[in-house]
Design a protein around this ligand. Sequence first.
Ligand code: SAM
Length: 304
Amino acid sequence: MGEYAAYDDAVYDAFDTPDARHRAYRDAIAQAAPGRIVLDIGTGRDALWAIEAAKAGARHVYAIEAHPDFARAAVAAVQKAGLRDQVTVLPGLSTEQTLPVRVEVCVSEIIGNVASAEGMIPVLNDARARLCTPDCTWIPFRAQTWAAAVDLARPVLATEALPYLDAVFAAAGGPFDLRLCLAGPVHELLVSEPALVESLVFDSRRPPPPPSEKVTVDLGNRGTGLLLWTRVAVTSAGREIDTLSGDSRGWAPIYVPASASTVEFARRTSDDLIHPDYEINTLMSPHHGGAFRGTELHRWLFPA
Ligand SMILES: C[S@@+](CC[C@H](N)C(=O)[O-])C[C@H]1O[C@@H](n2cnc3c(N)ncnc32)[C@H](O)[C@@H]1O
């Protein structure tokens, strides 16, 4: 839902659940923030990580939020926490902001269910070039997308997902074959070993992740389709959060109805320059536009 800004209070309540994502961000911020200038890109309704950084003793925190309603709510959250002097909330896109100083810690959580889908590559490459010091600490340190072959009989649409479909279709300019997240004991569906298809690190000692990339991996086995999911290393030393374990409410694995034992995963910049289009083998998965009911699975889930 992130790449369509289909956020509501229920989604933000989920972000504020003390799960593995929450614990890892809190620990990373407690370690990195004291005495430093911190940037929180996409601070959200509750300014969670900006408040956490200020409480941990950051010298100052800049918290940017693109969605105007949630930027207003973030201002109120900062005021309620009594941190108005320490946290500056800036409404708008990070790519359109300038800051009076370069920041020493950059916190963000714009990681999609395919890691790059919410636009982290252009947004964080821009922050790295304009807003951060060369030795900036990046939270998260790394976000990856993994793929495996899976066997899945016909799934059903969860009723909880239905209210969000209209928001996603409206943001995309009409119905299209949207990406489908799976719930339940998804790891039991795997019929191959996992393989890495994207690994995104923004630390300035490495080259910036490229907007377009094509990766081919051999899975050694074929199922009814492919599963894509994220692993997030919030710090370089801490335990990774693996979406397959179901321990975080922030992300869910995606089922791709393309049966193959070799995966050709291509990422390209879409016409909005932020949210990539993907091509997985011969299946197109654009951010917006493209076919509606073009796959057998989408025809099953969205009957005429
Ligand atoms: C997944 S939510 C994360 C909220 C909170 N930081 C957390 O981790 O719980 C992502 C937030 O980033 C915002 N966002 C995405 N891209 C942005 C950008 N380039 N500049 C500012 N805000 C952005 C979205 O509007 C959304 O509120």
